[in-house]
Design a protein around this ligand. Structure first.
Ligand code: BES
Ligand code: MN
Ligand code: ZN
Length: 505
């Protein structure tokens, strides 16, 4: 999509659709007044009759029939001005773009009159909302009439040249970030048969060429030689070879590393502890963590962030079979610690155990892992927030703040010692499940054994990586959750000065 920003008047702008913001309980602003005048009061009458109420995300289409330069006029509700935020803008932009597209418009002009946010944030939010809201996954449709309906240009109409300069810069940032989130969605939406560990390694490699990232792909032999017995165990039943993907972005000179670790199970059948059939198709989304960290490190590079970031993707299927790992097996992890397998469906924590231990080799200033780890997370928090657990308050606060900014919100659960008692094993250092109680937490307890004393936060995105419900800028399907969150976290990152000893030890 071609996105431009320039000073312009909405009533004079030629476009398939022109959108104007309407706030609740407020006199129309300058742009809206001029439009109303050009349309002989039609807009004012519509609002007065109550046929359009400017609730957040409400959209009405009017046909100016030559009264404006645009073919269609979209009134876009923004709610109360006091609630104006980047999230509101993303939401409204997504709704407007979707309405314009389904009406048949091919380009959209958005009047920024009245949208008094910082121009950088405004340009970014409008761009993200539009691109993410228009997202569709059509790769596997051989024929689709809908695909012809497309918005190919967005013009952001500003008040002044200096506002336009800021909005334009914000829009560029928004384009970068939305493109990565869309890449993550595409990866997650693709079937497990196509999005294999090697396919993901290939995507990482081509991303590396594009952005000057160092990419290493460790194959099964290297994984074995390093001693990643947990990743190897999970991969044992799969005909698809596993891969441990390491992506490094060096933009921070001598600064310490920030490590991002993403669960990359390309299909989770449960293994020998096979999942029930219903809903198993969705287990292709079990690599959403990996997709999110790939997107985030691509953004770090594209936005030239002054940081050193390493992304680690332990990638494998979890399959049953004659060579598969079994309940009762004991796996020796990269750290040397042993794990007794109670249930082969609790595989995510195993591959993360090895990846987190690998992350420690970087002596990182922070480790953030992100994983579709537990069904229990949906029970605990529903789909409104990812679960967050960790050992460093500063780091948690930074992720919480990034969540509020991006709308990819996180909510903390406790990581107390009592929970960690639940994964004690009689014959190994720990077992891989702790029973039904506090399933999000016992999974995180296991991870906590592999991060040393490095500041660490774990995000459980099992419930937020996929949505069955259409939301304004996350249409149903893969959400790309975590990509924008981690990108914002990196953009705002400051080393947490205080190293905290894990509070559960
Ligand atoms: N990938 C699943 C978690 C999951 C469940 C993600 C539903 C998305 C939707 C994970 O590997 C898993 O199977 N976890 C088990 C753990 C249990 C065996 C302790 C679970 O949550 O049931
Ligand atoms: Mn599983
Ligand atoms: Zn899984």
């Amino acid at each position: 999509m071609k996105i431009t920003a320039f000073p312009g008047k909405i009533e004079k702008t030629r476009a398939g659709a022109a959108a104007v913001a309407v706030f609740e309980g407020e006199k129309p602003g300058a742009g809206l007044s001029r439009v109303d005048k050009a349309m002989a009061g039609a807009v004012g009458r519509l609002i007065k009759r109550g046929d359009f109420t400017p609730k957040p995300g409400a959209v009405s289409i009017l046909y100016p029939d030559g009264a404006l330069a645009a073919e269609r006029l979209l009134l876009v509700g923004f709610g109360k001005r006091s609630d104006l935020s980047a999230e509101r803008v993303r939401l409204a932009a997504a709704k407007a773009a979707a309405a314009a597209r389904s009406a048949g418009a091919h380009d959209l002009a958005f009047d920024l009159d009245g949208l008094n946010l910082d121009p950088l944030d405004l340009g970014q939010a409008l761009t993200e909302g539009t691109l993410l809201g228009l997202y569709r996954f059509l790769r596997y449709k051989s024929e689709n009439g809908e695909a012809k309906k497309q918005i190919s240009a967005l013009a952001l109409l500003c008040d002044t040249a200096s506002q336009a300069a800021g909005v334009k810069r914000g829009a560029r940032t928004g384009e970068v970030i939305a493109a990565s989130a869309i890449m993550a969605r595409d990866m997650v939406s693709a079937p497990g048969a196509d999005m294999t560990p090697l396919a993901i390694a290939g995507i990482a490699r081509s991303m590396g060429r594009k952005h000057r990232l160092r990419v290493q792909v460790l194959d099964r032999r290297r994984i074995r030689n390093l001693g990643m017995g947990a990743l190897l165990g999970v991969a044992a039943g799969s005909a698809q070879p596993p891969a441990f993907v390491v992506v490094e972005y060096r933009g921070g000179g001598r600064k310490p590393w920030v490590a991002l670790v993403g669960k990359t199970i390309t299909f989770d059948s449960g293994g020998i502890s096979l999942k029930p059939g219903e809903g198993m198709d969705k287990m292709k989304d079990d690599m959403s963590g990996g997709a999110a960290v790939l997107g985030a490190i691509a953004n770090a590079a594209a936005l030239n962030l002054p940081l050193n970031v390493v992304a680690l993707l332990p990638a494998t299927e979890n399959m049953p079979g004659g060579s598969a790992y079994k309940p009762g097996d004991i796996l020796t992890t990269l750290s040397g610690k042993t794990i007794e397998i109670m249930n082969t469906d609790a595989e995510g924590r195993l591959i993360l155990a090895d990846a987190l231990a690998y992350a420690c080799r970087y002596k990182p200033a922070a480790i953030v892992d992100i994983a579709t780890l537990t069904g229990a997370c949906r029970i605990a928090l529903g789909q409104e927030a990812a679960g967050m657990l960790g050992t460093n308050d500063g780091l948690k606060a930074q992720l919480r703040a990034a969540g509020e900014k991006t709308g990819e919100r996180v909510w903390e659960l406790p990581l107390w010692e009592g929970y960690c008692d639940l994964i004690k094993s009689d014959i190994a250092d720990m077992k891989n499940t702790g029973g039904r109680d506090g399933g999000v937490i016992t999974a995180a307890c296991l991870l906590s054994k592999f991060v040393g004393n490095y500041p660490w936060v774990h995000l459980d995105i099992a419930a937020t990586a996929w949505t069955e419900k259409d939301r304004p800028y996350t249409p149903k399907g893969a959400t790309g959750f975590g990509c924008r969150l981690l990108t914002q976290f990196l953009r705002d990152y400051t080393a947490s000065t205080k190293q905290q000893i894990p509070n559960h030890k």
